[in-house]
Design a protein around this ligand. Structure first.
Ligand SMILES: [Zn+2]
Length: 91
């Protein structure tokens, strides 16, 4: 978008140069054209839009660890634990 704006500024400068008769306006117009077209060619393109969200993979359904319930207090503890950290009984 900015590149287009600078390019249009250069075109306006060219139009100004074509219409005017005064030397000072011609000089300023040439400077304006050079700067505008220079910026329009050097200015970097904006970042591309992000990919559509259906390309992103869904989060895995599997839980990171296997869990089981304590037979004494009913709280969820790790599958590998042999003792409940809440009630200190054997799971
Ligand atoms: Zn417990």
């Amino acid at each position: 978008m900015l590149r287009v704006a600078f390019f249009l500024a250069g075109l306006l400068g060219a139009l100004n140069l074509y219409l005017t008769e005064a030397i000072i306006v011609q000089t300023v117009s040439v400077l304006c054209i050079l700067i505008s077209l220079g910026v329009a060619t050097v200015w970097p393109e904006p970042l591309p839009p992000p990919p559509p969200s259906d390309l992103w993979s869904e989060a895995p359904e599997i839980k990171e660890r296997e869990m089981k319930q304590c037979s004494n207090c009913g709280k969820v503890v790790d599958q590998k634990w042999s003792m409940c950290p809440y009630c200190s009984k054997k799971v």
